[in-house]
Design a protein around this ligand. Structure first.
Ligand SMILES: *Cc1c(COP(=O)(O)O)cnc(C)c1O
Length: 235
């Protein structure tokens, strides 16, 4: 069986190949290692290989691992749904938040961000699949939310995150990522200085890179299958 380090090297090579294939610089796409449902020692192992950016979905799980790994200079990204009663610890313990989907959450993160820390790096999560069950703001509401976040001094809006409906069809994957990119470009045209398109996961990151992804969020292709789906522990 391949080690985490070998799988990570293979994913990095595929990311570079996809970037070159899309006519982009090999280093124009960064890899966010999504470590949810995997233990702190797996994160430590990958850190030793050179990975610095890690993404987590569930607050309690993430905080426990951060505690165990506090000797490592990790950049932590929160990528899961945000309940409003969790904004304080998220603002305190993460460098990035990818999943802002409403102004109330943005306001609370802004209020909770310690002034001694750098601004919280923020992405709006966009819902392009139009399913009521999925989190994310609609394309129609994205501009208003971006305008709102622009007024918040402790947040720095970097771009958009999206989780399109899963499909094996690369053309459909690409069409969905293209839709995200269009909204991204609309926000840029409206004067937002954005540099981050967070899209693409283990099964679809090459299509996302074709459509301009600057961060791909890869979990299982590096760490292996998640044995059990994790759920937020009630606290
Ligand atoms: C779990 C998760 C990922 C990684 O998914 P894989 O299919 O394991 O690569 C990426 N982004 C988000 C928001 C996730 O919840």
């Amino acid at each position: 069986m391949d080690t985490i380090g070998k799988r990570w090297q293979a994913i990095k090579a595929r990311i570079e190949a996809a970037a070159l294939d899309a006519g982009r610089e090999a280093n124009s796409v960064s890899l966010l290692a999504v470590s949810k449902a995997h233990p702190a020692n797996a994160i430590r192992e990958l850190f030793m290989e050179g990975q610095r950016q890690f993404g987590e979905n569930y607050l309690q799980e993430a905080l426990a691992k951060q505690q165990e790994l506090n000797d490592l200079a990790i950049t932590w990204h929160f990528i899961g749904p945000i309940q409003s009663n969790k904004t304080q610890p998220i603002a305190q313990h993460f460098d990035w938040v990818h999943s802002i989907d409403r102004s109330k959450i943005a306001d609370r993160l802004n209020a909770a961000r310690d002034p001694s820390l750098p601004a919280l790096q923020a992405c709006i999560q966009l819902n392009i699949s139009d399913e009521d069950s999925k989190s994310g703001t609609s394309a129609a509401e994205a501009l208003a939310l971006a305008e709102h976040i622009r007024q918040l001094p402790r947040l720095r809006l970097r771009g958009l995150m999206a989780i399109p409906a899963p499909t094996d069809d690369p053309a459909k994957q690409r069409a969905q990522f293209h839709a995200v990119r269009e909204i991204y470009q609309q926000l840029q045209s409206a004067g937002h200085a954005l540099d981050t398109l967070s899209m693409g996961m283990s099964e679809d990151f090459p299509a996302a890179i074709q459509e301009g992804a600057t961060i791909v969020r890869v979990g299982s292709a590096i760490f292996g299958a998640r044995i059990k789906p994790t759920t937020e522990q009630s606290t």
